[in-house]
Design a protein around this ligand. Sequence first.
Ligand code: MN
Length: 466
Amino acid sequence: MRRVIFCQEQMFLAQGCLAFSDDDTVLYVVDDNAFKDRLAEAGYDVLCGDFRDPSVYKNAHIGQDDQILVQVQDEALMGDIVDNLYRIAKPPSVAVVTANGASPTLPPSVKHISVGRLLCQDSQLKLRHAREHQNVQHLREVLCEADNLLILIQHDPDPDAIASAMALRSLLGRNRKTAAIGSFGKVTRPENVAMVQLLDVKIEHVTAKSLSKYDAIAMVDVQPPYFGDIALPRVDAVIDHHPCVGNYATRYRDVRAAFGATATIFVRYLQAVEAKITQRLATALYYGIKTDTLFLGRETTKADIEAFAHLYPLANHALIRRMQRPKLPLRDVDAFAYALRSRTVIGPVFFTHLGIVEREDVLPQFAEFCLHVGGVEWSVVSGIFGGNLIVSVRNVENVKNAGELVRHAFGRLGSAGGHRSMAKAVIPLANLEQAFGRLSDVELSQFIQQEVSQYLGVGTPTAVFA
Ligand SMILES: [Mn+2]
């Protein structure tokens, strides 16, 4: 690709020369001999002639592979240059540079570049970086004295929290010894388990007692009120995107409720201080933004999209595909085989009850799988875990709200809630026994089928639970 720039000296000085990429060869075409000599001395390829003379275009060998940039002040002259260029048998592509968006009448295929706007965008970005740089400096000052820092995240850490914790550690130039990532719970969702395994992230299990061994606590993707009654000895920094609830004291606070992910805040921090974003960190942050915004489909701002685009070329997409499709442990295969055989399909609803399960997460994982069955719009997978009947619900788009379904069907007996397309009910077996007496697995599954099909209006299960 060759770039040919039609340029006059006053424009060259006023606008700087727009040539964009260092990889392209550039030919300057000027109409002033003294200017030509100065450019030639500076080492540029340059040709001189009258811009209205067709031989200039011939001498420059302009053809359709060239990109032309016209930087002249006089609009009539600009029009004549474009005319000459478009008269070439195989004309090149043409853009004109104007001072501030003022656009002379030219064919629509000629694109306008506004130098004013370019400068404005650039200065806005620089001002933003300057502000974020100060944020990072403040954050570093607050945490620098701690020999033993804890980065605390929520009880069932999700990719946004894990990625943000990794980013904070990297911003502070620390490692897992000097800045542990900790949680009172543990990672349970299979996708998130896959993430910490594939990216080799260690999440320490902390208790209220073990907190005392840290000399500073930073929270990411969560705020102190989340921890309820757990007595936190101190909170030094909070970086989050959830709306603030309740008051708390902290030395550093950056809460941006408009952002779709905490990872987006960290991408801005990293950009501002020109920190190197390793492939591992980029992969985590990219996955964090992707999952928290449901692939930019939910509560997404321009900031999230910019951060996502910045990370895209840096992230390992093969690894992300592996996180999204976590492997099924061999010992779960039998449970799945049993569940498939013992299914009940009522209208568009796929029901199955697994009885006692070893791990709770097989239920949502299997519910996800059952949605792939032809004609199925809802999947309702239940099992018994830890003394509770757990009901996991998934649906396809454009049907009733899954969260409301479980609230209506099971809310009176236990905790039930969720989103549009995924929901869960946790019903203590003791509550069921109190209401109905002791129930067998067959009776439990009949009970679930009856409650769900009644709410969805999909007909009645064959055996009615009285
Ligand atoms: Mn988040």
